[in-house]
Design a protein around this ligand. Sequence first.
Ligand code: GLN
Length: 488
Amino acid sequence: MHNKTIAEISRDLAAGEYSSVEITQDLLGRIKDKDGDYNSFITVAEEQALAQAKAADELRAAGNAGAWTGVPMAHKDIFCTEGVLTTCGSKMLSNFVSPYNSTVADNFNNAGAVCLGKTNMDEFAMGSSNETSFFGGVKNPWDSDRVPGGSSGGSAAAVAARLVPGATASDTGGSIRQPAALCGITGLKPTYGRVSRYGMIAFASSLDQAGTMTRTAEDSAMMMNVMASFDEKDSTCVQHDIPDYTATLNDSLEGMTVGLPKEYFRDDLSPEMQQQVMNAIKEYENMGAMVKEISLPNTHLAVPVYYVVAPAECSANLSRMDGVRFGYRCEDPKDIHDLYVRSRGEGFGDEVKRRIMIGTYALSAGFYDAYYKKAQQVRRLIKNDFVEAFKDVDMIMSPTSPTPAFKAGEKGDDPVAMYLEDIFTIATNLAGLPGMSVPCGQVGVDGGKNLPVGLQLIGNYFDEARLLNAGHKFQQATDWHLKAPAGI
Ligand code: GLN
């Protein structure tokens, strides 16, 4: 049963092939057997999941089932889930049982979904490899010596290893698309403001957006039908028509114009990866798309701008984790100063502390204009590049990440090398645009293993339905999304 997609499970449950309790038990058993190899879950919510499954079966028996009634999924451990441990991958929140639900969790509960548990992640979503989690790194199901990407590496690995058919995730600079690419699955980051951030623990508030990790674009559309909502509790949530994301999956791509930004096809990208991406783009031409080169001239400024804006916002957001209002409290503090210093010093890991220090510096009096304000000004130029580009094209395509999955420990000592992992994804967040990664090929690495490669699709504002349509049509024509890691 673990090979079933969300769409298949939904159809099977409706047809009475098996019950929600049965598939929930099957997947919980599989997590128990296998997750020791991946470490993709921080919490398995067995009791709650079985209760939700039972309630779903009862609802169905009473004739009140919808598409999601009884379908299993998981949440990244950044989403507050009432009564369930919510750690954000940090020692700081290692004993935080949330007293309330995020809107995303509420939406899935209201749809009747079954939450199997909470997935591992980089601490406070800072990272590209999942190595900064207080709960230990996540292993890539394609090669256990390699990272799954980050920060939503737990969600990506759990879906790739067929422990769960879909999981929520969040993307501040690439944390959905990059791990989706490195684990050979489909990841969608919607437009900023499409999905409520209420109860999604804040990293960088102007960039964070919740999205989906699934094997197929069709499943992503099903998740978006639940996740997208207007929410008064998030002041940046946008009131905008919400389509049925599954309704246009099969629309023709005839006449769609695709832009290839020349700055994203760089000389240092390996020729093998470039080849896989170009093959995928050829496939789109076969389906009737017209491809042309475009330019996003300020691309080289995206990573530097992000590493001012994101740390600045995180330094403000994480100030509430002080051992008093929220979070871990040190033992036997001498006085209030000691309590703050030691609680934060012991509760946060190195990468989080590095970012708080950079951000505090960038926001301090005398430096604010030179760093934060300047970064926001350049951010507008980056956004303007996209606005110009979308006057000529319907969609932009590129590689998702510059490398396939890398070895654990390989970039640990070099934060800048790690930061460059998001070189193709970060500009999308700075502009607030939707982006998606679909598996589009494989490259061989040492030891004769094949690792997945992702194609990134960037859409115009609120054009998620078209991205999902393009992803689905590609998956109808190719089988990269069906490939599973060895032994799965
Ligand atoms: N890798 C990027 C960072 O470390 C992006 C993380 C994210 O999208 N949450 O900030």
